[in-house]
Design a protein around this ligand. Structure first.
Ligand code: B16
Ligand code: MG
Length: 220
């Protein structure tokens, strides 16, 4: 019998690393002489590090040489790594572990599909790495979300057909990517922003067992 594959985004779905990305980008902006607000940080969710720096420099009206661009990418990441260094299990978003445990107990295939190149160390820090059969992150993809590549690779590595996969995502680009991959898309967060998702929840506390059972039975 076919099984349903479950693919989780990282930032905004499993942990809220957006707040640390924000601090590191804000430090860089301030160093370059301009402000970077929380609202502007919304544009960065689910977006690759390189694209984030391009947007940041646009916001500040800063022109960069290739060498400066590369230096600032490294600088931001080193700063970000200092923030995530202190992460532990207390930073896992509500009921994420409960859902992962439920799926794991039923031996359902589980993957991570994230744009972050720091995904694995973060999962290690919050002690969730053992739940994942497959990790596809910013190190494995050539095309960023909304391109479906990250989720298609995850499905292939899980050995599950894309149409039998379910994706949990907090970013608009991620929902578009899941839809483009032909997967069931579940928006975690603001339903107005994630209106293209097949289903919407504010967080995992709203998702009951009946819903999970439905996903498992309808998509295998
Ligand atoms: P890194 P996700 C994304 O994670 C973040 O939402 C986004 O803000 C960040 O720029 C991107 O990862 C790259 O992260 O700099 O660690 O490689 O939501 O796709 O899990
Ligand atoms: Mg995300």
């Amino acid at each position: 019998m076919n099984k349903t594959g479950f693919i989780f985004d990282l930032d905004g779905v499993i942990v809220d690393t957006a707040k640390y990305h924000y601090l590191a980008w804000r430090n860089l902006a301030n160093e370059l002489g301009f402000e970077f607000t929380h609202d502007q940080n919304e544009l960065f969710k689910g977006v690759s590090r390189k694209r984030c720096l391009e947007i940041l420099l646009d916001i500040g009206g800063v022109e960069a040489t290739k060498a400066q661009f590369d230096t600032w990418m490294i600088e931001k990441n080193e700063d970000y790594l200092k923030y995530i260094e202190k992460m532990d299990e207390s930073e896992i978003l509500p009921d994420v572990t409960k859902v992962l445990r439920y799926l794991k107990e039923r031996e359902l295939p589980i993957a991570l599909g994230s744009a972050s190149k720091n995904a694995k160390p973060i999962l290690e820090k919050v002690k969730l790495l053992p739940y994942f059969d497959v990790i596809v992150d910013g190190n494995n993809v050539t095309k960023a979300k909304p391109d479906p590549e990250v989720f298609l690779i995850a499905a292939e590595e899980l050995g599950v057909n894309p149409q039998n996969c379910v994706v949990f995502e907090d970013a608009q680009a991620g929902i578009k990517a899941a839809n483009a991959a032909g997967m069931v898309s579940i928006g975690i967060g603001d339903a107005k922003i994630l209106s293209e998702a097949d289903y919407n929840f504010n967080d995992f506390t709203e998702m009951d067992v009946k819903f999970l059972v439905g996903l498992i039975n309808d998509n295998k």
